[in-house]
Every structure is written in structure tokens, then in C-alpha cells.
Write a protein that binds this ligand. Structure first.
Ligand code: ZN
Length: 284
């Protein structure tokens, strides 16, 4: 069995500010090369711990998908030798890229964060800063739910999650208590947390990944129900105006759009098109 790791960054131990997760090439926001470089090294170490755990738990191969921002955060030279890795933006399956590869039997989420609007959750958001919510049949899901549904289309279950305590709780609440979770920090607010020591966090990730891999055979995928209605709530009517131009997507209220995808692949394709369409300048 192969394991895919969807590696986000906000849920990494020691991270509580956008400064720490923003690649310096983005000059339009807070950016600190030194702090970002240290956070990406810790992110890489946490991913390595997950790889080591998966291999110890019986995985034949681990494929890591860099899933944060421009998706070039992991330090390739420092990655565990036992993996192949996916980098770069504009992947058809986005944060779930890799789940379509032959032989993949489980998906890990590392460095994950809570969904938009969550109180006391470091850097909580859903996809971008201006998506207010994503709902599947009325149920609010974060990135963990979106990516679980894409993986579910390919019959791949989510078996492991790491991140802040709210991210772990929300993921298990949505996908089931059988998902092994490791919280590396307890959130105080959007910009503060109480962290484990980074090495302690990595030890727990390694142990959790091993347990999750051993139990992966019993895990169930989480595909979208047939006829599922997807709602995307945005922060401004202008974005909803544009998103409603995407074929099959309709306006669903003042700042929201909705669609009913044919399947999990149609779900992610249309979602990506909605996000692209809604990425308009707010003062043209
Ligand atoms: Zn991220």
C-alpha cells in the first residue's frame, strides 16, 4: 500500500503568524524570509516524521504532496529518502494530488488548520482568506473535508491528521474518530497557541503515522454523496457575481454560489474554477 501525505504549513508546530508561512516572493503581504525559512524546515521535519511512521507501519511507498500556498515549501534535500514528492501550483487535484496514483491506500493530512471562522484556531481559513465557508449538503467543511471528498472519489480514506487541536478535532468530527490525530499545539486565538516542543511534536507524529498506517486497512473512504449540493460562501457579492459565470454554478444568496457536481472529480474541477473566477480585483 502506498500512502500520500497532503502537507500544509499553518498547522506546523511553532507557527501562529502569516509571516511564518508566506514565501518571500509574495511582496504584497507580511513576509519574513528568516522566519519562513525556519518554519519550512520544521514543516519538512514533521513530514519526515510522518514518512518514517508510515514506512514503519507497513507502507511500501510514501508520496508527499506539498499543499501550501505556491506548493514549493518543503526542502527537497532534507526530505526522508523513502518518499517521492510533488511540488508546484496548479495541480488538477490540488491539495489531494497523488491520490489517483495506482496502489494508494491512505491519505495523511499534516500541518492542517481549522476551517474559516473557527474561534481560538491559529490561522484558521478555508482555501483563501476570502472564502467564508464551504458547505456540502449544508454541512460546513474545511480544507480537510474538501480534500477528503476528492480522495474519496478515488476510494482513498483519510487515516491521519496533524495540526492544531481544533483542526484535529474538526477533521475527526467530520471523517470519524478512527482517523488518528496528533495535535502539535493548542490554539488561544487566530494568532497565538501553546505548542509542544518541536522534537516532541515530531516524535508524536511518527508514532501516530505508524498507528494510522497499521489501521488503514479498516478505514473507509469519504466520497461525496450522490446529488450533494456544494455551497461556496464568499466575502463579497462581486466575487459571487463572477463565480456564478462558471457553467453549472448558480447564485445562492447575496455572497454565495452553489452547484451539484456529478462526482468527486467534477466537484474539485468546478471548485477550482469557482475560486479562479472569484479571484477578482475588488476595485477594478
Ligand atoms: Zn496552507
Amino acid at each position: 500500500m502506498k500512502v500520500v501525505i497532503s502537507a500544509d504549513m499553518e498547522g506546523t508546530c511553532g507557527v501562529t503568524s502569516w509571516v511564518q508561512v508566506m514565501p518571500p516572493e509574495y511582496g504584497d503581504g507580511p513576509s519574513s524570509t528568516a522566519e519562513y525559512e525556519r518554519a519550512r524546515a520544521r514543516m519538512t521535519s514533521e513530514v519526515n516524521a510522518a514518512i518514517a511512521g508510515a514506512l514503519a507501519g507497513g507502507a511500501d511507498e510514501v508520496i508527499v504532496n506539498d499543499s501550501h500556498d505556491g506548493m514549493r515549501n518543503l526542502l527537497p534535500e532534507q526530505l526522508h529518502r523513502g518518499c517521492r514528492f510533488i511540488t508546484g501550483n496548479d495541480k488538477p487535484l490540488g491539495m489531494a494530488q497523488g491520490v489517483d496514483l495506482p496502489g494508494v491506500g491512505a491519505l495523511f493530512f499534516t500541518g492542517y488548520h481549522a476551517k474559516a471562522g473557527t474561534p481560538g484556531a491559529p490561522l484558521a481559513h478555508t482555501w483563501t482568506g476570502w472564502v467564508q465557508d464551504v458547505r456540502l449538503d449544508g454541512r460546513s467543511v474545511g480544507e480537510f473535508g474538501i480534500n477528503a471528498a476528492v480522495a474519496g472519489h478515488f476510494g482513498v480514506p483519510v487515516v491521519f491528521v496533524t495540526g492544531d487541536d481544533r483542526a484535529v478535532a474538526q477533521t475527526r468530527d467530520l471523517l470519524g474518530e478512527s482517523v488518528v490525530g496528533v495535535a502539535v499545539k493548542e490554539g488561544y486565538s487566530t494568532f497565538a497557541a501553546l505548542h509542544l516542543h518541536p522534537e516532541e511534536a515530531q516524535d508524536r507524529i511518527r508514532a501516530g503515522a505508524e498507528e494510522a498506517t497499521r489501521r488503514a486497512g479498516d478505514a473507509r473512504p469519504w466520497p461525496l454523496p450522490v446529488g450533494c449540493r456544494v455551497e461556496v460562501e464568499l466575502d463579497h457579492q462581486t466575487r459571487a457575481d463572477q463565480a456564478a459565470y462558471v457553467p453549472s454554478v448558480e447564485r445562492a444568496g447575496e455572497r454565495a454560489v452553489a452547484y451539484v457536481p456529478a462526482d468527486g472529480l467534477d466537484f474539485v474541477r468546478t471548485f477550482r474554477a469557482v475560486i479562479k473566477a472569484a479571484s477578482v480585483r475588488m476595485s477594478p
